[in-house]
Design a protein around this ligand. Structure first.
Ligand SMILES: NC(=O)c1ccc[n+]([C@@H]2O[C@H](COP(=O)([O-])OP(=O)(O)OC[C@H]3O[C@@H](n4cnc5c(N)ncnc54)[C@H](O)[C@@H]3O)[C@@H](O)[C@H]2O)c1
Length: 254
């Protein structure tokens, strides 16, 4: 029997893209799934397709209703909903606030709602769809990069704080994935992400494999491990390389 068979699973932002692929894969593995998205029609469409329960609404406040739909227990919570949040330091206050709210605080609020039950039971699994931008940094997307660093830090903090009490945490850090968000990333996405972009189903494969292996860091693009190592061990060289990418992007007219 696989780890998620029969488990109660919640996936936020699952009306399309990576979240829909995760929800489909969990359902195919025999999990009982709750599909959440801020868009009610897309939530219902995916839920109906896979025989899941639809709980539309803001990902910040989905746990109680999802828990009830799953008969009292959430076994796996996928904090997947995210905003692309492009822009530089001059992006509006509202862009920075929305990035922080959806990409970080929705995870914190979910954890607050989940932890008491998980710690009492001594088990629970929190999956954070971060991004390689949370380990590295995405050119042209300051609010996204900064908030995704926050999402990664929170996942790491959850893992080290509660792993001896039975909590499993996974941080998924892909580069480009062919979804609406990649399209919305515009010319920077075209330049940096599109050439090595993978399908949402590849992310779902990587997550299931990571769950079976109980691995925290899930890298659907394995080369991200080399970039992350380079960033830590040779920051000047890494920044010079990233600056070349920035300049290439500027040269291409942004
Ligand atoms: N596509 C990529 O290249 C890529 C790469 C790395 C990480 N990611 C991350 O993967 C996750 C999913 O992104 P995607 O590429 O599938 O994008 P997407 O735009 O296709 O899907 C995101 C979904 O989240 C929903 N959503 C937005 N705000 C919400 C909220 N407050 N509450 C509930 N739902 C909300 C949207 O309606 C949408 O259906 C995001 O966290 C994103 O940052 C994407």
């Amino acid at each position: 029997m696989n780890t998620v068979q029969g488990a109660g699973v919640v996936v936020t932002g699952a009306g399309g893209g990576i979240g829909a692929a995760l929800a489909r894969r969990f359902a195919a593995e025999g999990a009982r799934v709750v599909v959440n998205d801020i868009d009610p029609a897309r939530t219902k469409a995916v839920a109906d397709e896979i025989g899941a329960t639809a709980v539309p609404g803001d990902a910040s406040a989905v746990v109680d209703e999802a828990r009830e739909a799953l008969g009292g227990t959430v076994d796996v919570y996928c904090a997947n909903a995210g905003l692309a949040s492009p822009g530089d330091a001059f992006a509006g206050e509202e862009v920075w606030a929305a990035a922080w709210d959806v990409n970080v605080m929705a995870h914190v609020r979910a954890a607050r709602a989940l932890l008491p039950d998980w710690l009492e039971r001594g088990s629970g699994r929190f999956v954070s769809t971060v991004s390689a931008a949370g380990l590295l940094t995405m050119v042209g997307a300051a609010p996204y990069s900064v908030s995704k660093h926050g999402a990664y830090a929170f996942a790491e903090w959850l893992s080290l704080t509660y792993r001896h009490r039975g909590l499993k945490v996974h941080a998924i850090c892909p580069q480009g994935v062919r979804t609406d968000m990649l399209t919305a990333a515009g010319s920077a996405g075209e330049l940096v992400l599109a050439p090595t972009a993978i399908e949402p189903e590849d992310v779902a494969d990587a997550l299931i494999e990571g769950i079976e292996a109980d691995r925290f860091l899930i890298l659907p693009h394995p080369e991200v491990a080399d970039y992350y190592r380079a960033r830590a061990s040779e920051p000047e060289r890494w920044l010079n390389n990233m600056s070349h990418i920035q300049q290439k992007w500027e040269g291409a007219g942004r």
